[in-house]
Design a protein. Structure first.
Length: 292
């Protein structure tokens, strides 16, 4: 792996810091680092729970670690996306350079806002232009039951519903990021949606006519925290005051996996933010997302 990365990454720089790809021997150190903030780092903690290793994946994703001697100071997942893990903004340039030197293309950077923006600052210097910058995304959690009533129609999706759920997921994706997830083919995104359904992480209400009314996914799940993503109400049914009940149901179903439910939302989405507040979510931090 390091053969594809700038040579200095395998040794110390002028500040005595070293950057390298993590291996399986670094798993305990990475888990301890990520556990310092189980909400902000739920993505990487879920990865560690499912794979048991910090080493590179069969698909080519890896995790860069910044070290002071043998001490892991911070890290960053580098797969389809870049996801910093307890990475001080002052160290972001090191992993940004390492990620750039792999030659991979990244769909996004997401995580704690200050660090994400620092990574992107270095990426800009290296010639990467963003499709969109979302610099302020409140990170919200709820650690108990919702404070309003839940809609009992929401349930876990099944593979029997795949052909209905997939178009709803694609519609949400295109509405959120501005382009179809099927660009270049349907296989990858279809596998992702099918995987969420099989894991029991797809939440959906399909009415008697076979129409998806509301759906959401649990994009990352650990024993302590779930992270909700892909919240979508059918456009024909919006503005009727139903979102709060569905989100309360999302919280109840999420609590079958972990006691804390989290999500992050665009700061300009005032309607969604008001709904989440009504359900009982509270802000605990700020994320940012860079879309390429």
């Amino acid at each position: 792996m390091l053969s594809r990365v700038a040579p200095w990454l395998a040794s110390r720089n002028e500040n005595g810091l070293g950057v390298r790809v993590l291996g399986s021997a670094d798993t305990l150190a990475l888990r301890a680092l990520a556990s310092e903030d189980a909400v902000a780092n739920v993505f990487i903690l879920a990865h560690l729970e499912s794979t048991g290793s910090a080493g590179p994946t069969s698909g080519g994703a890896c995790i860069f670690g910044v070290f002071d001697g043998q001490t892991l100071l911070g890290a960053c997942w580098a797969g389809a996306n870049l996801v910093p893990v307890q990475l001080d903004p002052g160290l972001a340039g090191y992993v940004a350079t390492a990620a750039h030197e792999t030659g991979r293309r990244y769909a996004s950077i997401f995580g704690p806002a200050e660090t994400v923006m620092a990574i992107y600052s270095r990426f800009e210097q290296l010639g990467h232009a963003a499709h969109e910058v979302r610099s302020q995304q409140p990170l919200l959690t709820i650690s108990g039951p919702p404070v309003i009533g839940a809609n009992p129609a929401l349930t876990f999706g099944t593979m029997a519903d795949f052909d209905r759920i997939l178009p709803a997921c694609a519609a949400m994706f295109e509405e959120e990021v501005g382009y179809s997830p099927f660009l270049g083919g349907q296989e990858f995104y279809s596998r992702r949606v099918a995987g969420l359904i099989r894991e029991g992480h797809s939440l959906v209400h399909i009415d008697a006519h076979g129409t998806v009314v509301f759906k959401a996914e649990l994009g990352a799940v650990t024993r302590d925290v779930t992270q909700v993503q892909g919240v979508w109400m059918n456009p024909e049914l919006r503005g009727r005051g139903h979102s709060g009940g569905y989100m309360a149901a999302v919280v109840n179903l999420s609590r079958t996996f972990a006691p804390v439910t989290s999500l992050y939302v665009n700061d300009y989405n005032s309607k969604a933010r008001a709904t989440y507040e009504r359900v009982g979510f509270e802000q605990v931090g700020t994320f940012a997302t860079i879309l390429f």
